[in-house]
Design a protein around this ligand. Structure first.
Ligand code: GSH
Length: 202
């Protein structure tokens, strides 16, 4: 399998999932501006959306959209506990939180990275993210991971987006539950390995 990524982007989430699952894969870096793969090939031929992540199977098929990609990875290693079994209520709870992270949190960061956004726009999105962080703090208050006592792919995804707070100057210490979550997840050996491989830490 190949995981197409760029450093620190939301592709860090499936990168963590692949390592936590212990699956073999190749990391393929793309240039998000030129949409070229390292070496010069056209990334749009892999994923016509031009976004990461994309997971290419050994038979050439390509899966995109982070929440789908991480569930596919988890299901390749059902005993990893990275996702509850398909068909269970707990699996729908995983989808529920993945959907919340992708639609309410992840996409609220996008205008903060956009150089065309005005200061007012950025201020509004930071305030909006604050409300999501308030809710997540309550949701995580009495448990180590989003679904309870077990690390799942949703935790890798939440970690990935919380990791952007420093870049957009959101002070996560206002949400101690989330700051603690982020530092606990960062200490997982596979998370550390993923971040190192992407050049995010030494
Ligand atoms: N809906 C997609 C969104 C993916 C996405 O926004 N990826 C960003 C990086 S975090 C990206 O590739 N941005 C480059 C671009 O939009 O050109 C998913 O959940 O996978």
């Amino acid at each position: 399998m190949k995981l197409y990524y760029f450093p620190g982007a939301c592709s860090l989430s499936p990168h963590i999932a692949l390592l936590e699952a212990g699956l073999p894969f190749t990391l393929v870096k793309i240039d998000s501006k030129t949409k070229k793969i390292e070496g010069g090939a056209d990334y749009l031929a892999v994923n016509s959306k031009g976004t990461v992540p994309a997971l290419q199977l050994d038979d050439g098929r390509v899966l995109t959209e982070g929440p789908a990609v991480v569930q596919y990875i988890a299901d390749l290693k059902p005993d990893s506990g990275l996702a509850p079994r398909a068909g269970t209520f707990e699996r729908y709870q995983l989808m529920e939180i993945l959907n919340y992270i992708t639609s309410e949190v992840h996409k609220s960061f996008s205008p903060l990275f956009n150089p065309a956004s005005t200061a007012e726009t950025k201020e509004a999105f930071v305030a909006n993210l604050g409300k999501k962080f308030d809710w997540l703090s309550g949701f995580l208050a009495k448990k180590p991971f989003l679904l309870g006592n077990t690390f799942t792919v949703a935790d890798g995804y939440l970690f990935t987006v919380l990791n952007w707070t420093g870049h957009v100057k959101i002070d996560l210490s206002k949400w101690p539950v989330l700051a603690d979550f982020k530092s606990r997840i960062a200490q997982r050996p596979k998370v550390h390995e993923a971040m190192k491989a992407e050049g995010l830490i030494k």
